[in-house]
Design a binder for this molecule. Structure first.
Ligand code: AMP
Length: 186
């Protein structure tokens, strides 16, 4: 099963992703985690990415596409994976489509975790990570609205998009996720 997971910052994507990878035995490909590790290790990629991350802006497509290209070649991806936080722009989605077409391994579904923006701001303000200063939060929401939300139409057109209501308890939301993924797995 190859799944893309899309949702704005603060939607609860991380929590749901953890449960999904465990239940469905998927490799977890979180570009945010990869970039934070690269930044902390001060690799060449990490040094390039850190200014963008600190400002709540997206890291340039070429950098992120290359990271994913290398990651998808690793053996654990053969058993299926969850792409978490990638793609985030139309250019990234198009690059992913090309990579997967070359491999003959199409996506099974794109899950959108949908949460209204006022609720997101409330949740993000209470979270307290270093990149969660109010101005950075605002910028991350702007990046989502302007650069990432166009992907919803992109994947709706290809028939892959499944929208999941992101309001409720972790358990309630995971049941909605399961109802989509159980159908795919069978
Ligand atoms: P996340 O934890 O997914 O919210 O990612 C943290 C930060 O890493 C984002 O605010 C971006 O600066 C950067 N980032 C993660 N994934 C991507 C991506 N696919 N494209 C561009 N930038 C990304």
């Amino acid at each position: 099963m190859r799944i893309v997971f899309i949702g704005p910052p603060g939607a609860g994507k991380g929590t749901q992703a953890e449960r999904m990878i465990e239940k469905y035995r998927l490799a977890h490909l979180s570009t945010g985690d990869m970039l934070r590790a690269a930044r902390d290790a001060q690799t060449a990629v990490g040094k390039k990415a850190e200014t963008y991350m600190a400002g709540g802006k997206l890291v340039p497509d070429e950098i992120i596409i290359e990271i994913i290209r290398e990651r998808l070649a690793e053996p654990d991806c053969q058993g299926g994976y969850l792409l978490d936080g990638f793609p985030r722009t139309i250019a990234q989605a198009e690059a992913l489509d090309r990579m997967l077409a070359d491999k003959g391994t199409p996506l099974g579904a794109v899950l959108e975790l949908n949460v209204p923006e006022d609720e997101l701001f409330r949740r993000l303000a209470g979270r307290g990570r270093a990149d969660d200063a109010p101005e950075v939060i605002r910028q991350r929401l702007v990046a989502y609205r302007e650069q990432t939300s166009p992907l919803l139409d992109y994947y709706r057109q290809s028939g892959l998009l499944k929208t999941i209501d992101g309001l409720g308890t972790v358990e309630e939301i995971f049941q909605r996720v399961e109802s989509v993924l159980d159908r795919l797995a069978s």
